[in-house]
Write a protein that binds this ligand. Structure first.
Ligand code: GDG
Length: 725
């Protein structure tokens, strides 16, 4: 029976030691713990993570492990050094500031990195104690970015999902990380990689294609051996929990008590963990200006500022705490009166009923982080507004802003805009509040934490199915054996081979993709067998092919069928070709070379090719789209065709293609064995003309008219070697 294993830095429980050393197990009430509770508590499923306390004695570790097992949890024990270097170090002093665009706070410390690798390995070892290949493993967040790949190495077929809870920065920021490639490869061990927003997703895809060279289309990455799905799956909240809490006795009791201390002023609520990414000082400064600018509001409105202590041992956090203390003191000193406190400031965590009471009482929630992966507080506020009153002011850089467009969206760095948003919110008519609140509530109710978990799991299973579909076409052991047997039992054999991407890998400079020793010896052996007719069917020019491979007993189709060379004969040309279009097209292509650094033109006898492999990723693709549409328009009355190959755009005479050229060879003999291999869509023409019994093989795991897929040119060589032994 397969099981589901959740892995996160922290378990959904904290273990605390009292003074006598007795252990207390305190369950977390966080959204993730609730949402994933429906998974990990079932059957043999499991949640793995650090329990929040250091244990050194083996006896204690065993006891904790045993107790946690009863609750479907398993501990990963970390040392104080691990927490210093891996958690406070690489996770929170390198990745956290970098991913939140606070580059000035990023520490690039190799010791932190080493510890990060080591602790991820610890998590991997613990996971492997419980996991096998049939399991679904869901890894969470930026502390464990290397874990998916580490697990994949040991369990190649496991189903692995990864979700990143914080933003993923743009390539320009991410590239500054010395360990960027290792981080991406670590994440790419997963089958599904989830982010809160489309922006995070596209930043990730752009970093992957620029740093690893792996291309993507429609959110699917095609790594050498798997399809990986990348998706934006915004996390929901436990809507029911917050809406039910709002009318609970406990909450209402707290509400009553709070009101007894207050006058009838309007309340603005701000809740955050202490963090520079949350923009708390900016918020206080805006409130200060608001009281200054709208003097009538004094004594009629208060800000409740709840800051949950966090990481205050770290220098930047300690400074931030001092800044907040000072700002609150200044505002209260400046405006406060005997019966009015402008800012009620709490630097602690409150019990849930008090939190819920504050959500119920606040006329306005002021949530203006500088950057936030999602931000659940604003969603919890909306869910708690049972009478649909209240106004949310939300930063446009919080992930939740995409879903909560009915809030007042602000730029968190625009001081004046926040001041005016506070004014607008406090003045908003009730019917307008109702309208916006109900819109937001409808969305959050429908897409809650449980739905989020279901959608993630559905996408993960879908990805696995998609991989299976492609793997079924993958030339595995048995199919490969079948082809080899057919080859060996046949006498008259036709072997059609594309060159680039099929026999050799791609190179930035096409002239450097010459055949290596291994390939030369394979071709030599294949062509030495008198029963074989080996035809290279390539888009390359005839002189290059002749220069590289002309000394073998090979036949050629060059320039996609413009030129051909049969055994013992000279090069010949396809009929009815014209060159008079070239001058005009060349001028257009030259314009694109000038406008797109890294691109160049290859001139062949009857075609022109614009190469953009070395252009900036994305930019090259954009220019290619533009060029194709330009050419299609400009050449509509010419007898030429525009072909899109692998990072090339080729213009040539109409009616010339690899398939048409291959027909000539098919008609030559009563072949007993035919195979055709190719990697890009120009090879589809070859596959198309092949008879039913032919073994057509597409290089790369993408859809094709070919019967089989093979992963890369490395596997092609393996197959060809199996023919000649
Ligand atoms: C990450 C990302 C992303 C706060 N004060 C009290 C209290 N809270 C609870 C809230 C809320 C949670 O803490 C904070 O959630 P956030 O979403 O704001 O931030 P994180 O969970 O720290 O961090 C973030 C999230 O992951 C999920 O993917 O949204 O962007 O940084 O649930 O209710 N709870 C109690 N007392 C408090 O005083 N009981």
């Amino acid at each position: 029976m397969s099981k589901t294993i959740i892995v996160s830095n922290r378990l959904p429980i904290s273990i605390k030691k009292d003074e006598e050393g007795n252990l207390e197990y305190i369950p977390s009430s966080g959204g993730l713990a609730t949402g994933l509770g429906s998974i990990y508590k079932k059957g043999n499923n499991l949640w793995l993570g650090w329990p929040g306390t250091f244990f050194t004695k083996e006896k204690n570790k065993e006891a904790v492990t045993e107790n946690l097992h009863k609750e479907n949890m398993a501990p990963v024990f970390l040392t104080e050094d691990d927490i210093h270097n891996f958690y406070e170090g690489f996770s929170n002093s390198t990745l956290w500031p970098l991913f939140h665009y606070f580059t000035q706070y990023v520490e690039y410390n190799p010791e932190f990195w080493e510890s990060y690798v080591e602790v991820n390995r610890k998590f991997c070892e613990e996971t492997l104690k419980y996991a096998d290949e049939s399991d679904v493993i869901w890894v969470h967040d930026y502390q464990l970015l290397l874990l998916p790949e580490m697990i994949r190495e040991k369990l190649p077929n496991a189903t692995i999902g990864f979700f990143n809870h914080i933003p993923f920065p743009s390539f320009e920021i991410f590239r500054s990380l010395p360990w960027r490639k290792q981080i991406l490869n670590g994440m790419l061990g997963a089958d599904l990689i989830g982010f809160h927003t489309y922006d995070d997703m596209r930043h990730f895809l752009s970093a992957v294609s620029r740093i690893t060279g792996i291309d993507h289309s429609m959110g699917h990455l095609k790594s050498s051996n798997r399809i990986i799905t990348v998706d934006a799956l915004p996390m929901g909240i436990d809507y029911k929990k917050f809406s039910e809490a709002a009318i609970s006795k406990e909450t209402q009791k707290e509400v009553k008590q709070y009101y007894s201390y207050l006058n009838s002023q309007q309340l603005i609520l701000s809740i955050d963990r202490l963090d520079y990414s949350k923009g708390i000082p900016q918020r206080l400064k805006a409130f200060d200006t608001y009281l200054e600018r709208y003097a009538d509001s004094r004594e009629k409105v208060s800000l409740i500022l709840l800051v949950v202590p966090s990481r205050d041992q770290v220098e930047h956090y300690a400074h931030l705490k001092e800044e907040l203390d000072e700002l609150v003191g200044r505002i209260n000193g400046k405006y406060g009166t005997l019966n009015w406190t402008p800012v009620y400031y709490f630097y602690r965590s409150l019990p849930f009923s008090k939190l819920s009471a504050l959500y119920c009482m606040a006329d306005v929630a002021l949530i203006t982080p500088i950057r936030d992966g999602m931000n659940l507080v604003c969603k919890e506020y909306v869910a708690s507004r049972l009478d649909r009153s209240g106004v949310l002011i939300l930063s446009e850089t919080a992930g939740s802003a995409k879903e909560l467009a009915d809030s007042i969206l602000v730029n968190p760095n625009d001081h004046d805009q926040i001041v005016e948003a506070i004014h607008q919110a406090l003045e908003m008519p009730e019917d307008e509040q109702d309208l916006h609140m109900s819109e937001m509530q409808d969305k959050l109710k429908r897409y809650d934490i449980h739905r989020w978990v279901d959608v993630f799991m559905e996408r993960l299973i879908y990805t696995k199915e998609k991989q299976k579909e492609l793997n079924a076409r993958h030339l595995g052991g048995r199919a490969s054996q079948l082809i080899t047997n057919n080859y060996k039992n046949a006498n008259k054999r036709l072997i059609c081979l594309d060159y680039d991407g099929t026999l050799v890998g791609f190179h930035g400079d096409p002239q450097k993709a010459e055949p290596d020793e291994e390939l030369l010896s394979i071709i030599e052996a294949l062509t030495k067998d008198p029963n074989n007719s080996v035809v290279i069917i390539s888009g390359r020019d005839k002189d290059t092919l002749e220069g590289w491979l002309g000394h073998f007993d090979l036949e050629f189709i060059a320039e996609h069928g413009v030129w051909f060379k049969e055994k013992g004969k000279e090069w010949a040309m396809a009929d009815n070709l014209v060159q008079d279009w070239q001058e005009e097209i060349l001028q257009i292509l030259e314009l694109y070379v000038d406008r797109t650094p890294g691109t160049f033109i290859e001139k062949k006898d009857y075609s022109l090719v614009w190469h953009y492999r070395k252009a900036d990723t994305g930019f090259g693709d954009m220019r290619a789209r533009e060029l194709v549409s330009n050419l299609q328009y400009l050449t509509s009355n010419m007898d030429i065709q525009v072909l899109e190959g692998n990072k090339v755009i080729e213009v040539k005479n109409a009616g010339v293609n690899k398939g048409k050229a291959a027909l000539k060879w098919l008609a030559k003999e009563e072949w007993e064995f035919i195979t055709a291999l190719g990697d890009d869509w120009t090879d589809e023409d070859t596959f198309h003309v092949m008879p039913d019994g032919a073994f057509t093989i597409k290089v790369g795991l993408t859809s094709s008219e070919a019967r089989y897929n093979i992963k890369s040119y490395v596997e092609v060589r393996e197959l060809l070697k199996s023919f000649i032994v």
